[in-house]
Design a binder for this molecule. Structure first.
Ligand code: SF4
Length: 399
């Protein structure tokens, strides 16, 4: 069965498609950031269903049970259920799973939901593939489009989902797209009918449009054999190889990290947290002063969740101005915040400290997940999370 995930991989690289279908367990482990992104996509997808309330979810109880999935969908269509979520269609061994499929006033429309602010070419290929399968499987389809997050939406009270999302109509593109999809499916089928892994060398396609799942598998040998400047992408993708343990980490400037320093914690959730904030807007949550020698930290400021964005920024500024300027700022984000808000402080950007940035990112992912689940974030929750994470962080920094 060629799913849209398999198909998209094939567009990037036929070898990736073959490996995905035949050697699934050779895939690289997804990073914490990738897992957070998947989770965010699922959360946002569920909120998009609020645009079409009272629909029926066609997905099967057992993940991967595609037969039941397609059967469930068929049953709901036969029952003339007007709104379906996760509707599955099958044609000649290829399968589509539409986020939302509606039949309202006799007009059938398919919607793909993305948690991004912009539409990328891959999203269009995704929609083209899915709508091709719907049509070829003999189902009605009069229109199709992509629902994304509206970057201009500003929270003011409860989230207004109609405003939070935006819709791009691709109904007129389908006819143009489908012959190309047909060709690509034939290529994919041909690849999958081969008895061995396609002989495709490493290259630019390994990183574009996505970083491939099989980097470790394909790059391990060439990197080990020719670890020299002749390897392309060595510099630009060093962090990716290092993350997968293929090459050593580059030396960082951590030697310059001072014993006493200061940094901010942020959230950047898909669902804005405060009134006046937009999706994915960086929102300061707390400021920390840390002394590694004394193994102590202090929360110098923490968000008041009752505030709107403007009052919060003013409060941040006042707090920052009262801090003694003997401590060093250790990360770019905090430094930029101070500069962007024209706070007159004599802090130094001592160094970009990797461990601090890791801590910030881990913290942001935990909090973003909570906010994206529409949970209320209060001081007690944040303080407990900071205390828990700081204990580990200080030990890490001290050693
Ligand atoms: S790592 Fe590169 S060559 Fe290997 S499967 Fe992925 S895209 Fe293809």
């Amino acid at each position: 069965m060629i799913s849209k995930s398999a198909f998209i991989r094939g567009i990037q690289c036929q070898k990736a498609l073959f490996l995905y279908k035949n050697y699934y367990n050779l895939r690289d482990k997804p990073s914490v950031e990738q897992l957070a992104k998947f989770k965010r996509g699922t959360q946002v997808g569920v909120y998009a269903q609020l645009l079409f309330p009272n629909g029926v979810d066609c997905s099967p109880k057992k993940a991967g049970d595609t037969k039941t999935w397609v059967k469930n969908t068929q049953l709901q269509i036969s029952n003339e259920n007007p709104i379906l979520y996760e509707a599955a269609f099958e044609f000649n061994g290829s399968m589509a799973a539409m986020d939302i499929y509606t039949k309202i006033d006799g007009f059938c429309q398919a919607y793909e939901v993305k948690s991004s602010l912009k539409i990328s070419p891959v999203f269009e290929i995704d929609l083209a593939f899915q709508t091709y399968i719907i049509k070829q499987s003999g189902h009605q389809l009069d229109g199709a489009g992509i629902i994304t997050v509206n970057g201009d939406y500003q929270k003011n009270g409860e989230i207004d989902w109609q405003q939070y999302f935006q819709f791009s109509d691709y109904s007129d593109h389908l006819k143009l797209w489908h012959p190309w999809i047909e060709e690509q499916i034939a290529i994919a089928e041909n690849t999958l009918s081969q008895g061995s892994i396609p002989k495709i060398g490493i290259g630019k396609q390994c990183f574009e449009p996505y970083s491939c799942d099989f980097i470790k598998f394909c790059w391990k040998k060439p990197l080990a054999e020719h670890w020299s400047n002749t390897i392309p992408f060595k510099t630009t993708h060093h962090h990716l190889f290092a993350e997968k343990g293929l090459v050593p980490n580059l030396k960082t400037e951590e030697i310059n990290t001072p014993n006493e320093f200061f940094f901010m914690l942020f959230a950047a959730p898909a669902i804005p947290m405060l009134n006046g904030c937009k999706p994915y807007q960086k929102t300061p949550l707390a400021m920390l002063q840390v002394n590694i020698l004394l193994q102590k930290h202090q929360i110098v400021w923490i968000i008041d969740e009752e505030l709107d964005n403007e009052s919060l920024l003013n409060q941040c500024k006042r707090t920052l101005q009262n801090i003694k300027s003997t401590v060093e700022v250790v990360d770019q984000i905090t430094h930029q915040f101070i500069e962007n808000n024209t706070i007159d402080l004599k802090f130094n950007l001592q160094a970009s400290c990797e461990k601090v940035m890791e801590f910030q990112s881990e913290f942001r992912i935990s909090v973003d997940n909570e906010i994206n689940s529409l949970k209320t974030i209060n001081n007690n929750y944040l303080t407990a999370l900071i205390e828990e994470m700081m204990r580990k962080f200080i030990v890490k920094m001290h050693n």
